[in-house]
Ligand binder design. Structure first.
Ligand code: BES
Ligand code: ZN
Length: 381
């Protein structure tokens, strides 16, 4: 046992030494939330050791905004009147017919070719640059007056988050967010070992990329604009404890922005049992009205059903939206128990994934932005 902890401590030192230099200035202590009522201050090494042991937490070092120790954070989120049925079936079906799985595969092959997309690494910075370049290409045919690609710089680490904004024409203050995290991690030695992160979360990244590509091609290029603002968020540092998305949503909250819906794509490509293919609609740490709307979208536009499932903790960036007072939903590749077991290792590779399945998730994203883009949002009391 002693030998094992000596090895782990050695690994942590080695990892620390190879980390981004900013860490030595900012990273000495972290505040982490382990459960609704457990918050602890730990060192960067202790945090990494918790991660290796599979202990789940949010890193809230810079997110004291909503530290009210609210027992039921979900209840503090405003409720809105989402559509109870789909209204734009013809348009959505035309767009989703054109989902290009080979383009998704090319993008995922490139994205997983970075040695790691760890948020403190140089290659994690380069992968963000590649992603940004791709987003600029996709959106280049649309007027810069209403589509922008913006970096969100995080002062404590190098990999930036990226936000693509489609400014609404009538009620731009209502913001609909499609989220995914771009970083990957190898949990054994994050700064040393490879982390292809094909499923976690290259898959969610290319799911949203393909939805944006088609949205631009079939809707925005015709001169159509949504009434509400639509944003695509590509978060950095989710694997460090939701760091990038907490940064984004706490800035939004302090600027009093009105996010009316946030839908996360994280792990969209793995099918354990092809005889029983389905998506998993997460029901904890989410908004139940928005989640009901997502079920309507799945029933209308997908060729596979959903099952309800739970992570049991705030397992991805939707948790950051909820924490900052915004309604969120999360659809994962399957029932939680049947999700990809190779994540956070060198074995999270593209050859284990199904592009048909990722395409089903892309349908959810396209259905959601078309249906919610022109929706009149009312807050329910
Ligand atoms: N994609 C995972 C979340 C996940 C894992 C969903 C397994 C379903 C099955 C995400 O990238 C992740 O690793 N989250 C962390 C927690 C987070 C707060 C750092 C986790 O699950 O350990
Ligand atoms: Zn992960």
């Amino acid at each position: 046992m002693k030998l094992l902890s000596a090895i782990t401590a050695g690994l942590a030192v080695l990892d620390y030494a190879t980390s981004y230099p900013f860490e030595s200035y900012f990273g000495s202590t972290r505040v982490i939330q382990l459960s609704k009522d457990t918050v602890r201050t730990v060192s960067e090494d202790e945090k990494l050791s918790f991660m290796r042991k599979g202990i789940k937490f949010m890193d809230i070092t810079n997110n004291f905004l909503h530290l009210k120790n609210n027992e039921n954070l979900e209840d503090a989120v405003p409720r809105y009147n989402y559509p109870s049925k789909t209204l734009r079936e013809e348009l959505v079906n035309t767009i989703i017919e054109n989902i290009d799985k080979s383009s998704m595969e090319v993008n995922l092959a490139k994205f997983t070719s970075f040695y790691t997309r760890y948020y403190k690494s140089e290659t994690g910075y380069q992968s963000a640059q590649w992603l940004e370049h791709n987003l600029l290409n996709i959106t280049s045919g649309v007027s810069a007056d209403f589509v922008s690609v913006e970096r969100v710089i995080h002062p404590e680490w190098k990999q930036y988050s990226i936000i693509v904004k489609v400014l609404g024409s009538e009620t731009p203050e209502n913001i609909v967010v499609m989220g995914s995290h771009q970083d990957s991690i190898n949990l054994i030695l994050p700064s040393v070992l490879a982390a292809p992160g094909a499923d976690d979360n290259g898959s969610g990244t290319v799911t949203n990329l393909e939805a944006l590509r088609l949205y631009v091609e079939h809707y925005l290029k015709k001169g159509n604009r949504p009434k509400n603002t639509i944003e695509f968020h590509f978060y950095s540092a989710e694997e460090g404890g939701l760091l990038g998305s907490l940064d984004v949503f706490s800035r939004y909250a302090s600027e009093h922005k009105r996010v009316v819906a946030m839908l996360q794509q994280d792990m969209t490509g793995y099918v354990q049992d092809p005889e029983n293919e389905h998506v998993g609609v997460i029901t904890d740490y989410v908004n139940s009205e928005l989640t009901d709307f997502i079920k309507v979208i799945v029933n209308s536009y997908l060729s596979i059903p959903y099952v309800e499932t739970k992570c049991g903790y705030a397992c991805s960036d939707h948790g950051s939206a909820t924490r900052n007072g915004y309604p969120s939903a999360f659809v994962i590749e399957s029932d939680f128990k049947k999700t990809n077991k190779y994540i956070h290792s060198t074995m999270d590779t593209l050859d284990r994934l199904s592009f048909d399945h990722m395409a089903e998730h892309t349908k959810i994203v396209i259905g959601s932005i078309i249906e919610l883009g022109d929706w009149s949002f009312l807050e329910l009391k």
